[in-house]
Design a protein around this ligand. Structure first.
Ligand code: AMP
Length: 215
């Protein structure tokens, strides 16, 4: 499949993308994961991106487009890809359109995950992430907690609350989503690519997306 997952922070894009990769071997491309790894490794990209990310602001479009152009040309993308967290702005969507045309790639559709704001706020404040860059398992202190001492059940590293999951950063990320990313819903509707899924359970949404792919 060749698909974009669109949705607010905490809408479940990462979880749904991971489940979809098991369906047909398409790769998940998460710009957030790529940037977090770069920050942990202290690469030049990570050094430039960190201050934006910690505040909950978007990283400049030019940096993101360089990452994506290189990533989409990697051989594993030929099996298909699920874009998770990209594009995030109209200029990114316009650049992506040109890039896909250049590479001769057509998208199946853009899945817009519609999740009520209370559900999103609850998910983001209770989320914990394994600090091991090779693991990055996601937990929820209420529904899927790590071990009692806060370590990861898979690799025993400590789980942490991400710097951008403080209340202030979360509010900023949601405002940024509303002003910069939500306009993509109208953009992809005009392009005839949008399908909206009311998403309360990741498993149900994955089943609906699979149905739409085979329709
Ligand atoms: P995410 O894990 O997708 O919520 O991304 C975490 C952070 O990485 C965001 O709050 C942004 O600072 C940055 N980021 C991820 N993807 C993008 C993108 N496509 N454009 C700009 N910034 C991004």
């Amino acid at each position: 499949m060749r698909m974009i997952l669109l949705g607010a922070p905490g809408a479940g894009k990462g979880t749904i993308a991971k489940l979809l990769t098991e369906y047909d071997g398409s790769v998940q491309i998460s710009t957030g994961d790529i940037l977090r790894s770069a920050v942990k490794e202290g690469t030049p990209l990570g050094k430039k991106a960190k201050e934006y990310m910690d505040r909950g602001d978007l990283v400049p479009d030019a940096l993101i487009m360089d990452i994506m152009e290189a990533r989409l040309k990697e051989p594993d993308c030929q099996k298909g890809f699920i874009l998770d967290g990209f594009p995030r702005t109209i200029p990114q969507a316009e650049e992506l359109k040109k890039l896909l045309e250049k590479l001769g790639i057509f998208l199946n559709f853009v899945a817009n995950l519609d999740v009520p704001r209370e559900v999103i706020l609850d998910r983001l404040t209770t989320r914990r992430t394994c600090c091991n860059p090779a693991c990055q398992a996601i937990y929820n202190v209420k529904s899927n907690p790590p071990k009692e001492d806060g370590t990861c059940t898979l690799c025993n590293h400590q789980t942490i609350q991400r710097d951008d999951e403080t209340e202030e950063a979360i509010n900023n990320r949601l405002e940024t989503y509303n002003s910069k990313t939500a306009p993509l819903i109208g953009y992809y509707e005009k392009e005839g690519l949008l399908k909206t899924f009311l998403s309360l359970s990741s498993k149900d949404t994955v089943a609906e997306i699979k149905k739409a792919l085979s329709a």
